[in-house]
Design a protein around this ligand. Structure first.
Ligand code: UT7
Length: 329
């Protein structure tokens, strides 16, 4: 008897944004206090960002991940004890170790000794996590997975550097993926080029009980911009080809939300109408690995994304890393 194909299918989504919403004007006022000049006009024109959310001082990345995960578990209507794999994409973990995924497993009181680990691919983190989890489910090794993108980038921002501190925000998004005979994730493509490590990095590390080097985010914005525009279209087409689909068969494009100019450029290159792109960058800023699952959850909950539709996600970030997945929702 022929064996049926196993897919990993999205059962539910959830997300969480910290309560503290900081507008461009709030940020401009805060920066002006120490002589750093920026404006709402500049930030909106160059990035499309109007506001972002910052975690409270006592909120950690695993707290944000927990809130998003509880919502995803509720939407999926599953027993949390059935989750046998937790993968958290983050570059702002609570600790050097243990992983945020292990901390999350404990906060969710999951006692089944399933696997839990973090994925570190910066803003491509969710694309990397989703593709990894999909492979583990398709292989039959795991059945029900919680995949999270969660970040507290506000902790690594240098508020004296106006070229970076106005861009990022905090948040978390989560997805429950489960083994299914019905199509789910159709195809993925992942790539990296470590020769560009220096254009987007936090070049600090822990040594002798202290932070050595610079623990603030550094970015060469223009170099990142050029690379991002170049690789995003390529990887989107690659994932679509693997899924035997053409761009016009995509119902929703969910790009990593870094800059509306990059997002619009990719959407146009794929010849997709701009209305088919889910945009949250204006209200969330760049939440790194959290941006795609945050946008996915928003569009699922407001009814835009419907069962059976085709969703293309794509991300690019530090490393340099980039990736895309095609999902039958
Ligand atoms: O999530 C991972 C992927 N990350 C990205 O995709 C980010 C990619 N890069 C970008 O989105 C853009 O490069 C930025 C939004 C970071 C910057 O936009 P840009 O159009 O490349 O601006 P720029 O760096 O060329 O700067 C233009 C001017 C400069 O002044 P001068 O040299 O022309 O006098 C900057 O000093 O804007 C100045 N500037 C600012 N002015 C007011 C830079 N930051 C600010 C600011 N407020 N916050």
């Amino acid at each position: 008897m022929a064996q049926s194909t196993i897919y990993s299918r999205v059962l539910g989504t959830g997300s969480y944004l910290p309560a503290n919403r900081v507008t461009n004007q709030d940020l401009a006022d805060r920066l002006a206090e120490h002589g750093v000049e920026t404006s709402d006009e500049w930030i909106v024109a160059r990035t499309g960002i109007h506001a972002r959310h910052f975690a409270a001082p006592d909120q950690t990345t695993s707290d944000l991940a927990l809130a998003a995960s509880l919502r995803a578990i509720e939407a999926a209507d599953i027993d949390p004890q059935s989750i046998d794999l937790i993968v958290v994409a983050t570059s702002t973990p609570d600790f050097v170790f243990p992983s945020t995924a292990c901390l999350l497993q404990n906060k969710l009181q999951i006692k089944n000794n399933g696997a839990a680990f973090d994925v570190q691919a910066v803003c491509s983190g969710f694309a990397y996590a989703l593709a990894t989890v999909d492979a583990l489910i398709r292989s039959g090794q795991h059945r029900t997975a919680l995949v999270v993108g969660a970040e507290t980038f506000s902790r690594i921002l240098d508020f004296d550097d106006r070229t970076t501190c106005v861009l990022f925000g905090d948040g978390a998004g989560a997805v429950i993926l489960s083994a299914s005979e019905e199509p789910g994730v159709l195809a993925s493509a992942l790539h990296a080029d470590g020769s560009h490590a220096d254009i987007l990095c936090v070049p600090g590390h822990v040594n002798g009980g202290a932070v050595a080097g610079n623990a603030f985010l550094h970015m060469d914005g223009q170099a990142v911009f050029k690379l991002a525009v170049h690789v995003l279209e390529k990887v989107a087409v690659e994932a679509l080809e693997k899924a035997h689909l053409s761009p016009d068969q995509v119902d929703w494009l969910i790009p990593h939300q870094a800059n509306i100019r990059i997002m619009t450029s990719t959407c146009r290159k794929l010849r997709l109408p701009l209305e088919r792109m889910v945009v949250t960058v204006g209200e969330h800023g760049n939440t790194s690995a959290a941006s795609i699952p945050l946008a996915l959850d928003l569009a699922v909950r407001d009814g835009r994304i419907k069962r059976g539709q085709t969703v293309l996600i794509e991300g690019v970030g530090g490393g340099f890393t980039w990736g895309a997945s095609v999902i039958r929702y």
